[in-house]
Write a protein that binds this ligand. Structure first.
Ligand code: LLP
Length: 410
């Protein structure tokens, strides 16, 4: 979004005109921002053979997926439906890695019938896979490295209790199954955390993965998952991807020297690619406040953007209708029948009832985590691509809410 002559625009389109056309609340995605982020990550890791698999869970929309596919990225999917959407959007099955957890073997088999590679995250599934396919189908192994040197709050704890992956202390068990069933393990995978803030954490992960990889000769890839973030709040210091790329290159080249072949290094970015492209546009329905700060109530809520409620996440908020006014402090709330702050004590250009607000960085984990709580419909989604608006998801209607509820006559 660019502010020019007191008007916010996206690729030259006035933001207010988007709401006139499609109503509010509305998710709007700027494809040029996705393009920029893809370019940044490709450049950063260009010093070694790599593959970027977009984590489809971050923004799961066929229009966006098809746009991403145009950049020749692979895809990381977590469920069979996500996988089917990726295929519908034109991804080739052999560019998709299926990384699920707590699923039945039947779901793994369903993914395999659709032609993708699967990433296995438990010993029991690995055993079932070995018994059923032996070396007939390749697979990769999702590992859990613990303890991990993670520096931001809570993550160390989160890791020791993480449900994901096969613990690194069970490598011997993995090897035993591999031998017993003559399995074809072609990849190792780890996704340490969503929001790495420290390059040394990443480098230590890489070091440990390379050392484990030495026990699995002939790998085709080593996958480092997602977790590279963008700045969300003032002073949010995030990883410099270029520096990460340069420092990883040294490690990768060192690993290649004595490994035998050169497995590609894979990454699965979600938020890095699609957070910044998205805004959630919402209208201020009510202003109130007596002794406290003014509350600006909006026509959205955690039913559409759950991140502030669920993770206490900070999303910058702009007043699109009154951008040049002096700033005042507000609580911004949704219209849920629950406490639902979207922001607290936030300085925003003076808000009047009816103003349009833009909640920024809402591309990743916004629309895809939305719900119908309070029987409110989910917003429409618009992708701006080459200066044109494309409706990539219609706003839901009452009929959508009741579609799967059979009529009753009691
Ligand atoms: N790969 C795997 C195996 C993952 O589990 C995830 C995210 C990613 C890649 C992408 O991670 P990213 O680059 O987007 O951090 N709903 C939360 C995030 C949960 C992410 C779960 N897995 C949020 O709104 O922050």
């Amino acid at each position: 979004m660019i502010l020019k002559d007191s008007e916010y625009t996206i690729q030259g389109i006035p933001v207010t005109s988007l709401v006139r056309e499609y109503g509010s609340p509305l998710f709007v995605y700027d494809a040029s921002v996705i393009d920029r982020q893809i370019k940044r990550i490709k450049n950063a890791f260009s010093g070694f053979p790599n593959r970027i698999n977009y984590a489809a869970k971050a923004l799961t929309n066929k229009g966006v997926l098809a746009h991403v596919r145009g950049h020749k990225l692979g895809l990381d999917v977590v469920s069979v439906n996500e996988l089917r959407m990726g295929l519908d959007a034109g991804f080739d099955a052999d560019q998709i890695l299926f990384t699920s957890n707590s699923v039945s073997f039947e779901e793994i088999e369903e993914a395999l019938t659709l032609g993708v590679k699967v990433n296995i995250d438990s010993l029991s599934l690995l055993e079932a896979f070995g018994k059923r396919y032996g070396g007939g189908k390749p697979c990769s192994i999702r590992l859990k490295l613990d303890p991990l040197v993670e520096h931001h709050e809570g993550s160390r704890e989160w890791h020791s209790h993480s449900k994901f992956g096969i613990h690194h202390s069970r490598i011997d068990d993995i090897k035993a199954l591999e031998q017993e069933h003559e399995m074809n393990i072609v990849g190792l995978h780890v996704h340490n955390s969503s929001s790495f803030l420290d390059i040394p954490v990443y480098l230590e992960t890489a070091e440990r993965m390379f050392s484990i990889a030495r026990q699995f000769p002939g790998l085709e890839f080593i996958d480092f998952g997602g977790g590279i973030t963008i700045p969300f709040y003032p002073g949010h210091e995030v990883i410099d991807v270029d520096e990460l790329g340069r420092r990883m290159e040294v490690q990768v080249q060192e690993f290649y020297k004595d490994y035998g072949n050169e497995p590609r290094i894979w990454f699965e970015p979600g938020r890095f690619l699609v957070s910044e492209c998205g805004v959630l546009l919402t209208q201020v329905t009510v202003l109130k406040g007596d002794r406290d700060l003014p509350y600006a109530g909006t026509n959205t809520g955690f039913n559409h953007l759950i991140r502030p409620k669920m993770y206490n996440a900070y999303h910058d908020i702009l007043n699109v209708s009154n951008p040049l006014a002096s700033k005042k402090k507000y609580h911004i709330t949704g219209n849920m029948c629950e406490t639902d702050f979207l922001a607290q004590n936030r300085e925003i250009s003076e808000i009047r009832e009816g103003d349009l607000l833009a909640i920024k960085n809402a591309g990743a984990y916004g629309a895809c985590m939305a719900s119908n709580y309070n029987s409110r419909v989910r917003p429409a989604e618009v992708l701006i691509r080459e200066g044109k608006m494309h409706l990539v998801r219609k706003r839901e209607t009452y009929e959508d809410l009741v579609r799967n509820q059979p009529g009753v006559d009691w």
